[in-house]
Design a protein around this ligand. Structure first.
Ligand SMILES: Cc1ncc(COP(=O)(O)O)c(C=O)c1O
Length: 404
């Protein structure tokens, strides 16, 4: 592969490419699924192995018990939260379930408002849990499969609403919801808000002090380049010590090592935790977020808008269907292109080391990030054209392993 010149004068964010070894030989357009690994990660994993290997059980003295909170503190600046407001959890489904488990549903306040385009895993958990809690889920429908009409969503929030639990950026289309308006309306109606900001944190500005959600969840494995196994839950200080999550455990106890028979909730961030944390994931989870903090979210967002607009322009030039909001203010970081034989074309791209993913109903999802060069967008479009024009997509019509 010919090494391309990296013009950091024109685009200072390209200087961060050297933080991610895979970028030397890969067109990495899939941070909406799994961000690339920072170069510091192998040493952090080796440190974990040394700590465990050399110290054995004494490794707990290396701050293992506190890691879900100390790592949360590293993420806090990215959403304008304060120290002690974020805890790490293994995944977003668990984090959202902890939220729902903390809420009671009186008969006249028995509704959770969601949308039909929220991430299925969270919707499954909410549907099942709500049933058992005597709550009902009202699911706002989409008119076009891409976005949710904000007026419809705001109208669905009424005096019966106890909780609004919606995605910040919709996973399929990257539609960016007006979360300020959602939080305002919910609070006017006396409801709480839990935002699933997995596709927002790290690629669009998120400010909990401005938007004022009661809860916000995300993960480091996508846009934050922090690897799997480390997701997070922000709980606002206004509700943090008022609620008692039923999904709980000894990390949330006032005296965990007294092994008392009754639960007594502690205060602060630990109140929202449950059992033993996923230590290896937490050793590496902050490496990506630290790089993003250095790059700066405003600069990342500016570049993302420039690159996604360019992608849409290139796709329009070929008549490919664009499944992404055309209004930049409503667009997150991903552009999905619904081209013929999208699944097979995706396999062609993967075989060329152009990493993207494919989702039924959306198409080929292309997710440039702050380290992406503009010519890498031209390359992915060129290869889509080639696969379709040469018929090479047919080589992949036999279903083979999919990168999810
Ligand atoms: C918006 C959103 N929420 C939740 C999830 C999945 O959450 P988890 O697997 O961490 O439970 C995803 C996964 O892509 C997502 O896009």
């Amino acid at each position: 592969m010919v090494k391309k010149r990296v013009d950091t004068q024109r685009d200072p964010l390209l200087a961060f490419r050297e933080e991610f070894p895979i970028l030397a030989n890969t067109n990495y357009l899939v941070s909406n699924s799994l961000g690339p690994m920072p170069r510091a990660v192998p040493e952090k994993l080796a440190e974990y192995a040394r700590d465990w290997g050399d110290l054995g059980v004494k490794a707990w003295n290396r701050g293992w018990w506190e890691l879900p909170v100390t790592v949360g503190d590293e993420i806090a600046p990215l959403i304008n939260a304060d120290s002690g407001e974020i805890v790490m959890m293994p995944n977003v489904t668990i984090a959202q379930t902890a939220v729902l488990s903390s809420i009671d549903f009186p008969k006249d306040r028995d509704t959770v408002v969601m949308t039909e385009l929220d991430f299925p895993s969270v919707r499954y958990a909410y549907a099942e849990m709500a049933q058992r809690l005597g709550a009902r889920v009202v699911s706002v429908r989409s008119d076009d499969g891409i976005g949710i009409d904000i007026d419809k969503l705001l109208q669905a929030i009424d005096e019966r609403t106890r909780l609004v639990a919606v995605s910040h950026v919709l996973f399929r289309s990257a539609y960016l919801q007006d979360v300020d308006a959602i939080c305002r309306r919910a609070h006017e109606m006396g409801a709480l808000v839990s935002l699933d900001s997995f596709h927002a944190v790290g690629i669009v500005p998120v400010d909990v002090k401005r938007s004022k959600p009661d809860f916000l969840t995300g993960g480091v494995l996508k846009w934050l380049c922090g690897g799997p196994g480390a997701c997070f839950l922000y709980v606002s200080p206004t509700v943090r010590d008022q609620l008692k999550p039923a999904l709980t455990g000894w990390q949330a106890h006032s005296r965990p090592f007294a092994f008392e028979s009754e639960m007594e909730y502690t205060t602060g961030a630990f109140r929202w935790l449950n059992g033993t944390p996923v230590i290896p994931a937490l050793y590496v989870a902050a490496e990506g977020p630290r790089i993003l903090r250095r790059a700066g979210i405003p600069a990342i967002r500016d570049k993302s808008l420039r690159l996604t607009s360019r992608l849409i322009e290139l796709a329009d030039g070929r008549g490919y269907t664009v499944n992404a909001p055309r209004d930049p203010q409503k667009r997150g970081g991903t552009v999905a292109l619904d081209v013929p034989h999208g699944y097979e074309v995706t396999q062609h791209l993967l075989s060329r080391n152009i990493l993207v993913d494919y989702r039924v109903g959306a198409g080929i999802r292309i997710a440039p990030h702050f380290f992406t060069r503009e010519d890498e967008l031209e390359e992915v479009i060129f290869e889509i054209d080639t696969a379709l024009e040469s018929g090479s997509w047919q080589r992949f019509s036999e279903k083979i392993a999919v990168v999810t």
